[in-house]
Design a binder for this molecule. Structure first.
Ligand code: ZN
Length: 409
């Protein structure tokens, strides 16, 4: 296929992939310029909000006909993770397209494809189908998701600019699926990064010095390891209420990632510490969990520091009482695509949205596609990409014309 007869959506996708929004120094200026021009092309209103200077939240808005209904946020993060260029067979920012339609670039799956799919669906709805939607749509492109969203979504949801958008429901990213279904992420595990520190008596390594910092630390770490084993077992044998085998997102993972103690073999250290990465499953009561680990530490008089801890593991029910789920399911059925609801194994910006009580699903419509996010030679086939545009062309009006809100139970 020559560039001349390439689908406009594919052309815009490849253009966006060439904007080097790669961490640690993303080209957010180039990104904003690209999106502003895009908004103009599609006849969408453009607003730029900066919670932190130089890190714009780009909002492309299509006003609905009924301002009394809360709006819909279609979210995409604009940054991508770094590359090891020597491991790639193509320039990761050239967005080369192979004979078979594979488009190779950093961000092809995570998640520039989705941002362009939203906008190209809007192009079809606006310009070809000439429809008018009830609810307002805000397509948001947020910075720094790949480094935790601290200067992006985390701050944005607390601003008046965000409140003014009056968002009632959000879509965000998911993952590719090698199988034939779309994964729908309805919750995430809460990341907890802890440092625990034990203190003891220092001295010559030839004695029984009590209390011992390393002994105390190890006793506590053994508690964490026993818990790790039991969760690993649950992952192997557990099943959800619907009898689906557990996925990683259904259990809590614990990893001791940092260990520090001592300077010399014959000197008993005064302090010993460990860094622990825990991802707490949404089924866990966070307060009870906190009490449990603080209890383990208290037994050995070990201090605990919450380095980076997310205190919410709210989910959005993938159940029929939730109108947003029903609509998503209805569109998928019409398009003959199965949906697989799951807990996201890592963290995305959706957690900040759900934390403030807004229902959100994470979905990246890529099936029969290997999971290549953050990997070398990340690619997406243009047929899969265009199928995703069609998916949103069906889904967006279903959501935007919905007049029901989710009543939690
Ligand atoms: Zn992502």
């Amino acid at each position: 296929m020559t560039a001349k007869d390439e689908h406009i959506a594919v052309t815009r996708f490849r253009e966006f992939l060439r904007v080097k929004t790669v961490q640690p120094k993303p080209d957010y200026v180039g990104c904003e310029a690209f999106l502003k021009k895009y908004a103009e092309e599609l006849g969408l209103a453009y607003t730029g909000v900066e919670c932190v200077k130089g890190k714009p939240i780009c909002i492309l808005t299509w006003a609905g006909t009924d301002a009394s209904l809360p709006s819909i946020m279609l979210n995409c993060h604009s940054d991508v993770v770094p590359v090891s260029a020597d491991k790639w067979t193509h320039d990761p920012f050239a967005a080369d397209k192979l004979e078979n339609g594979d488009i190779i670039a950093r961000g092809a799956q995570d998640m520039k494809c989705v941002g362009i799919q939203y906008l190209e669906a809007i192009r079809i709805l606006k310009q070809q189908q000439k429809v008018q939607l009830k609810r307002t749509l805000h397509v948001t492109f947020v910075p720094d998701e790949e480094i935790g969203g601290q200067d992006g979504m985390k701050l944005f949801v607390k601003t008046d600019d965000y409140k003014k958008l009056n968002i009632g429901f959000a879509l965000d990213e998911g993952l590719a699926n090698p199988g034939d279904a779309y994964k729908v992420f309805y919750g995430e595990r809460a990341p907890w990064w802890l440092t625990i520190t034990a203190k003891g008596k220092a001295g010559h390594g030839s004695q029984f010095l009590e209390p011992s910092a390393t002994v105390r630390l190890l006793k506590v770490l053994n508690r964490f390891l026993a818990f790790r084993d039991s969760e690993s077992n649950r992952l192997k044998h557990g099943r959800t209420a619907k009898s689906v085998p557990f996925q990683l997102g259904d259990v809590t993972t614990t990893n001791i990632t940092i260990l520090k103690a001592g300077v010399q073999h014959n000197v008993v250290p005064e302090t010993a510490s460990a860094g622990i990465d825990i991802r707490v499953a949404p089924t866990v009561d966070l307060n009870a969990f906190k009490e449990m680990i603080e209890g383990w530490c208290a037994e050995q008089d070990v201090g605990i520091e919450y380095v980076n801890t997310f205190w919410s593991n709210a989910t959005t029910a993938p159940e029929d009482h939730n109108p947003w789920w029903r609509l998503l399911k209805g569109v998928a059925e019409k398009r003959k695509v199965d949906l697989e609801p799951e807990i996201f194994p890592a963290a995305t910006d959706s957690r900040y949205i759900r934390e403030i009580g807004i229902p959100a699903f994470g979905i990246s419509p890529m099936r029969n596609t290997p999971v290549l996010l953050h990997d070398h030679d990340e690619y997406l086939n243009e047929r899969v990409f265009l199928d995703g545009v069609d998916f949103y062309t069906d889904l967006v009006p279903a959501l935007a014309n919905n007049t029901e809100e989710l009543v939690e139970r």
